[in-house]
Design a protein around this ligand. Structure first.
Ligand SMILES: *Cc1c(COP(=O)(O)O)cnc(C)c1O
Length: 366
């Protein structure tokens, strides 16, 4: 037998990312509340900009200059401290790759974003999982796992799939207790959904310290998931390291044009945030009314709610029942959450339908 190319053992150990589905087993299209996309779609200004994107025969601006300048202006950041990524996914992977390798440790919390495990393993580092505190991040549990081998700590705030949120005091306490040579990655994919007065202070930490990287995305509130645009900000050496290893033309012409227009339409962002806050509150109230059936919505600052099922109606049965009625949600046994369902906040009608369906199913399962 001739020898075959053999993936590195740490690559073979990776469980590939499982995306939210959009159709049922029989292939019929379903209302998709499984991937935390914006139910209001995309800003009309961004859609219009798509028609005027640069010549597709030409490579895009490798440095996304106009886009970084606009991001810098909006957030009060020197554009030289901003690096773009093909989704923040690229940046999360690059952060692990640049700062960790074989023999190093990368820490994240149990029920953290599933990409962190992949990012740690794909550079050969050892993933270290900190225990949760009622599904949320526990700063003391994280800090207890820091060793001289720790290179990177990942925290999503708000976290996916739990929706949990660490207030600014806790984020600052975590940062202050970490050794200065440990990179703290604060993933703010849902940062724009947080009420302004609850800001977790991540951008200020990244502006003030040399070991904090904040990642953000156009996939969620900006409604541009299909264009794959993310960004990160941190101290110049961090941005420099990521620039060395990112894809050289990692944001397409269309992506740059649409993101630029989307940034300029902050009214759309605000409308999306307010829609989400109102519908999430209504949905949480509706699910709380099912407490006697064992349903518990976890507190969420994001555009989804994780519901824990501990009664007769199981999360799996609810997932299948909702699918039967035409909506796909996210059941997460692969992430150690067979007892929970993550439901993206959709339109008012979609949330009414789901709340009613959950109530009917819970009543029938009694
Ligand atoms: C959706 C999500 C991302 C964003 O991924 P993109 O690659 O930017 O689409 C990053 N982090 C978390 C926690 C997410 O849920």
């Amino acid at each position: 037998m001739s020898k075959l190319p053999t993936p590195k053992p740490w690559i073979s150990a990776i469980h590939a990312y499982v995306p939210g589905k959009s159709s049922g087993a029989d292939g019929r299209p379903l209302i998709k509340l499984s991937a935390n996309e914006n139910p209001l779609g995309t800003s009309p200004a961004a859609l219009a900009a798509r028609q005027h994107a640069a010549d597709p025969a030409r490579y895009p601006d490798p440095d996304s200059k106009a886009l970084r300048a606009a991001l810098g202006a909006l957030h009060g950041i020197d554009p030289a401290r901003i690096v773009m990524g093909t989704g923040s996914d690229e940046l999360l992977n690059l952060a692990a790759q640049a700062y960790a390798g074989l023999g190093d440790e990368v820490i994240y919390v149990r029920y953290g974003f599933s990409v962190y495990d992949i990012a740690a393993r794909r550079c050969g580092a050892t993933p270290i999982v900190a225990p949760d505190a009622d599904y949320g991040s526990d700063v003391d549990a994280l800090l207890a796992l820091v060793t001289p081998n720790t290179r990177v700590v990942f925290i999503a705030n708000p976290n996916n799939p739990t929706g949990s949120f660490l207030p600014s005091g806790e984020v600052a306490r975590l940062h202050a207790a970490l050794p200065s040579d440990v990179l703290l990655v604060l993933d703010q994919a849902y940062g724009e959904y947080v009420a302004p007065q609850d800001d977790d202070g991540a951008l200020a930490l990244a502006a003030a310290h040399d070991n904090v990287l904040v990642t953000r995305t156009f996939s969620k509130i900006y409604g541009l998931a299909g264009e794959r645009i993310g960004w990160a900000t941190g101290a110049a050496p961090l941005v420099d390291a990521l620039n060395r290893i990112r894809g050289p033309f990692n944001i397409s012409n269309t992506g740059q044009a649409m993101a630029l227009a989307a940034l300029a339409d902050q009214a759309f962002v605000e409308a999306s945030r307010l829609h989400n806050a109102a519908e999430r509150a209504r949905f949480v109230t509706a699910v709380e009314a099912l407490a006697n059936h064992g349903l518990r919505p976890l507190p969420s600052q994001a555009n989804f709610v994780l519901i824990e099922f501990s009664g007769k109606l199981t999360a799996e049965a609810a997932y299948l029942g909702l699918m039967e009625r035409g909506t796909i949600t996210r059941w997460l046994p692969g992430q150690g959450l067979p007892q929970a369902l993550r439901i993206t906040i959709g339109t008012a009608k979609q949330m009414d339908d789901i709340a009613r369906a959950l109530a009917e199913m819970a009543e029938a399962a009694k």
